[in-house]
Ligand binder design. Structure first.
Ligand code: NAI
Length: 288
């Protein structure tokens, strides 16, 4: 793994801290970067809690827990974090301008051979890379799933300029984390997985609008018939219905009618029923 030993993860939120933790657990030297020291502190706290769970369940030796944390360094300086890295995973918020600015800063300070992965869930890899001029060939979509330490898949996405070498090194990094990969060979909004999840959730919403069944039964049907750990409506509440509406709006603009956001969803977001975070969505979360 020497070729990809040193990894920087930019963005210490939900996804970034999971990717950083997993990388350190698999032996990489990791630098986790965030603009906010507070976010870094809470990322380290959640990584500690997660490692405790691994130790408790016998999946990690207590002695190895300290080694994992030794391999993980946090900083608020991109320049400091990336000066000697082999690969960067960008996991900052889902905004094109912010991702472009972060990667431009990375390119200014990282070795020329470093691979630049972006964990965007549906932005165009080509558009993100376009801010980097001749360095665009180093950018590849590396779409992890939440929680990154447990989910088995990394979806790799090839932008217009992504080089075969960049893709091969991203595949090698994902393999070093014990992940399976799929490659979306054309840069298309929603890639493979976000299109699937949007369609499933949208169909669940249409069934709800048609009064076919309760939210509980719609979710139960998907979980038990198809072996999904969560139903589409539960998952919508978990991730936030505003986020879901934003995603659908982007897919509708890119792919047309089949992704038109259902009226019921627009109404729920307008009413502030955003799911778990607002206490109410398809389900009542006021007690949780
Ligand atoms: P989050 O909001 O939990 O974390 C984003 C972090 O980026 C924050 O800690 C913020 O302080 C930091 N940040 C913002 N600007 C920065 C900058 N200029 N430099 C360094 N750090 C900066 O977001 P989350 O959920 O971790 O998502 C991150 C990315 O991963 C997004 O592109 C999202 O679409 C994608 N994603 C999210 C999934 C999810 O289930 N949450 C699943 C797969 C991908």
């Amino acid at each position: 793994m020497t070729d990809l030993q040193r990894v920087a993860v930019i963005g210490g939120g939900v996804m970034g801290n999971g990717i950083a933790q997993l990388s350190a657990m698999k032996g990489h030297d990791v630098r986790l970067v965030d603009v906010s020291q507070e976010r870094l502190d809470s990322a380290l706290a959640s990584i500690g809690t997660s490692l405790d769970r691994f130790v408790k369940s016998g999946k990690l030796d207590a002695g190895d827990r300290a080694d994992v944390l030794d391999r993980l360094r946090t900083t608020t300086s991109v320049a400091d974090a990336v000066s000697d890295v082999d690969l960067v995973v960008e996991a900052v918020l889902e905004r094109l301008d912010v991702k472009q600015a972060v990667l431009a800063e990375v390119v200014a300070h990282a070795p020329v051979a470093a691979v630049l992965g972006t964990n965007t869930s549906q932005l165009s890899i080509t558009a993100i890379a376009s801010a980097l001029g001749d360095e665009a060939h180093r950018v590849v979509g590396m779409h992890f799933f939440n929680p990154a330490v447990l989910m088995r898949l990394v979806e790799l996405v090839v932008g217009l300029e992504t080089s075969p070498e960049t893709l091969a090194r991203a595949e090698a990094y994902a393999a070093s984390l014990g992940k399976e990969t799929v490659v979306c060979r054309k840069d298309s909004p929603g890639f493979l997985t976000s299109r699937f999840s949007a369609i499933l959730r949208m169909e669940a919403l249409h069934m709800l609008e048609e009064g076919l069944a309760t939210p509980e039964d719609i979710d139960k049907a998907v979980k038990l018939a198809f072996n999904h750990p969560m139903g589409p409506l539960e998952l919508g509440d978990f991730n936030g219905l505003d986020t879901y509406l934003d995603a659908l709006t982007g897919l509708h603009a890119a792919h047309g009618e089949r992704f038109r956001p259902p009226v019921e969803l627009k109404n729920m977001v307008a009413a502030g029923r955003l799911g778990r975070k607002s206490g109410r969505g398809f389900y009542d979360h006021s007690g949780s």
